[in-house]
Design a protein around this ligand. Structure first.
Ligand code: GDP
Ligand code: GDP
Length: 436
């Protein structure tokens, strides 16, 4: 948690997303299968020589309707705000342009380390094209080629050398959680309402190198929590803050840093497309999830209001069927005192371990209840299951032939496991494997 963040900036077409995808590898491609999730990636986990970091492609944070220059200026500002190290990318093919100089001017003003990458150096002859970029004033340019993947090693060596040193992370049992959701659902109001509760004790606020601030507090019940990234919520007034891509990127960072994610919906406005993008990322990341319906005070209610709203949520977010739903109001504080306990419960479920013996009794009962299917005359045989990981709970199921276990049977087994053990709030991963 708290990995260094690297942002790639530069005018359009220099090759930012090509390089982003090369560095990201195929890490988060599963996201693409989640319904409602935007395809283009702008935030990813990455690793170089065992140093894990996060990578942002600021070029993907486009502000529709804004003039070209305004967009690249804002993208550079985002990089300065979000990153520990900035990769400033230019192109040897097009040479130094006015737009490059514009980006450079903004980067001068920041104190963040900037590494200059000259892309599209596809062959040896092109290498002589890099010298003009010394004029930008960021020292030695690193020649790279997104097309061939060359030069990336040297570039990343340089990037990693600017990372803050690591040993400040200490082991800590407190539960890390964050509020995510599109703008205006009430995230910062919820943060303030919870910290303002009479019996909540805010113990310390620790800043890090990038403006993210975690707030540590003790609940009325005496449990320790860390609220992640409240600064990102509190910091206000930047032009780009209300763009969808930016808020999705912030949400992904908060998700990454949390054990439990509180996905906030606005009761007044109902469910929007953007809510689904955010929820999709939380689910993909394998975090524990609670769905928080805020502004519950704004609705005229009868006996069906809550059940109707819940049904809508279940229909729209089918892949989050494990997430509990709580209806709250930051304004009247309705049910807010129940949140810490709920967060604690789902966090426990997220790190729950079940004994193999008990698990296999459940699996055997499941097999008796719903015999395995036969595909093309061949019957699926399930031999044994065991839990191999927590956060989220992950089970390996040994079978005769993984091809024979279709989604529906895996889903059935998952449901039987959920009936026997309380995994409320956490996804479960089932991995099928051939017994050798
Ligand atoms: P972005 O707008 O900065 O994200 O740029 P893209 O990654 O979309 O790349 C812009 C164009 O440059 C695309 O047509 C890429 O295929 C091409 N491109 C990217 N890297 C290289 C490279 O190393 N060499 C060459 N010749 N073309 C590249
Ligand atoms: P954020 O962008 O998600 O952080 O949302 P804010 O916390 O800034 O809230 C957006 C607006 O909704 C503000 O005007 C808040 O006063 C209002 N708001 C937040 N929570 C509630 C609530 O529970 N009930 C009502 N009626 N208004 C709320």
């Amino acid at each position: 948690m708290g990995f260094p963040v690297v942002a790639v900036v530069g005018r359009p077409n220099v090759g930012k997303s090509t390089i982003f995808n090369r560095i990201a590898g195929d890490r988060i491609s599963i996201v693409e299968d989640t319904p409602g999730v935007t395809r283009d990636r702008i935030y990813t986990r990455a690793e170089w020589l065992t140093r894990e970091f996060r990578l942002i492609d600021t070029g993907g944070i486009d502000m529709a309707d804004e003039p070209f220059m305004t967009q690249i200026v804002q993208q550079a500002e985002i990089a300065i705000d979000e990153a520990d190290v900035i990769i400033f990318m230019v192109s040897a093919q097009e040479g130094l342009t006015e737009a490059d100089e514009r980006v450079a001017k903004i980067l001068y003003r920041s104190k963040k380390p900037v590494v200059l990458a000259v892309n599209k150096v596809d062959n040896i002859e092109m290498r002589s094209e890099i010298y003009e970029f010394y004029a930008l004033g960021f020292g030695d340019p690193f020649p790279i080629s997104g097309a061939h993947g060359t030069g990336l090693g040297d570039l990343l060596d340089e990037v990693v050398s600017h990372f803050p040193t690591t040993d400040q992370e200490e082991e800590d049992d407190s539960i890390r959680f964050s509020f995510i959701g599109r703008p205006n659902v009430g995230k910062s109001s919820l943060v303030n309402a919870i910290l303002g509760e009479e019996r909540v004790i805010v113990s310390d606020i620790s800043g890090t190198t990038r403006d993210a601030i975690d707030t540590r507090f003790t609940s009325a019940e005496g449990d320790e929590f860390v609220m992640v990234d409240t600064a990102g919520i509190r910091k206000r007034g930047k032009v780009y803050e209300n763009t969808e891509k930016y808020s999705v990127m912030r949400a992904m960072r908060a998700i990454d840093d949390s054990n439990v994610v509180l996905m906030v919906l606005n009761a007044e406005e109902g469910i929007r497309e953007q809510d689904k993008h955010v929820a999709g990322y939380a689910h993909e990341a394998g975090r524990a999830i609670i769905i928080v319906v805020n502004k519950w005070d704004t609705l005229e209610k009868d006996n069906h209001t809550m059940a109707d709203f819940e049904k809508q949520i279940r229909d729209e977010f089918q892949y989050l069927s494990y997430a509990p739903i709580i209806f709250v109001s930051a304004k009247t504080k309705q049910r807010l005192n129940k949140l810490p306990e709920l967060i604690k419960q789902v966090n426990e479920n997220h790190q729950k371990r079940v004994q193999s013996a008990t698990l296999n009794e459940v699996i055997m009962d499941a097999l008796a209840l719903n015999p395995t299917p036969t595909v093309n005359g061949k019957r699926l045989r399930v031999y044994y299951a065991t839990q191999v990981a927590i956060q989220p709970p992950t089970f390996v199921v040994f079978v005769n032939d993984p091809e024979l276990m279709h989604f529906s049977y895996a889903r059935f087994l998952e449901n039987q496991i959920r009936k026997s053990f309380d995994f409320t709030g956490t996804p479960i991963h089932l991995i099928k494997r051939a017994r050798t």
